[in-house]
Design a protein around this ligand. Structure first.
Ligand code: NI
Length: 171
């Protein structure tokens, strides 16, 4: 992906997320179609934690340190430990959006040569900043797809199929 496409995709995520959350009731937000499938709310808290404690942190490490270790995160463990499905929505959404905006400000000043900076991404292997940005976009897109499979089920729970277990729980 070209850098400008990556940045455009990352910048579009807050609105893409808000669009999918619009009009959902509290019960719909928290509805879990299966034990291994995230609710809408769990998806949003997961995105918040992966954004703030995952990608924003990895971006800083890659730009500041030589060959840093970029920690992975265990998304399903965090969802249980932090009781995502018992939390309010708005703080997660606000924190996601504000962290994403701050990262985009940093990324706007990244020089092409910096895209070749490298680190060791736990459970993934050596990555360049360019590759990290692609993984970041893939993570967004994976969760948008998951939400797009879940939302029709919320509207017609009996008619809908059961969504597959949550994907991209880590990283
Ligand atoms: Ni994920």
């Amino acid at each position: 992906m070209r850098l400008e496409d990556v940045l455009a995709s990352l910048a579009a995520m807050p609105d893409a997320l808000r669009h999918r959350l619009a009009g959902l009731t509290d019960a719909e937000l928290r509805f879990k179609p299966g034990i291994d499938t995230f609710s809408v709310l769990e998806n949003v808290w997961h995105l918040r934690d992966i954004e703030v404690e995952g990608y924003a942190r990895r971006l800083t490490l890659l730009l500041r340190e030589e060959n840093p270790l970029l920690p992975d995160l265990d998304g399903s463990a965090l969802a249980r430990e932090r009781r995502y499905n018992s939390q309010p929505l708005q703080p997660a959404l606000d924190a996601f959006v504000s962290s994403r905006r701050a990262s985009l400000v940093i990324l706007a000043d990244v020089a092409p040569a910096q895209l070749e900076r490298r680190g060791s991404f736990e459970n993934v292997g050596e990555v360049s900043l360019a590759r990290l940005l692609e993984l970041w976009v893939e993570h967004d897109q994976g969760h948008l797809k998951e939400l797009d499979e879940l939302l029709p089920v919320l509207r017609e729970p009996r008619a809908g199929h059961t969504p597959k277990p949550s994907q991209s729980l880590s990283r």
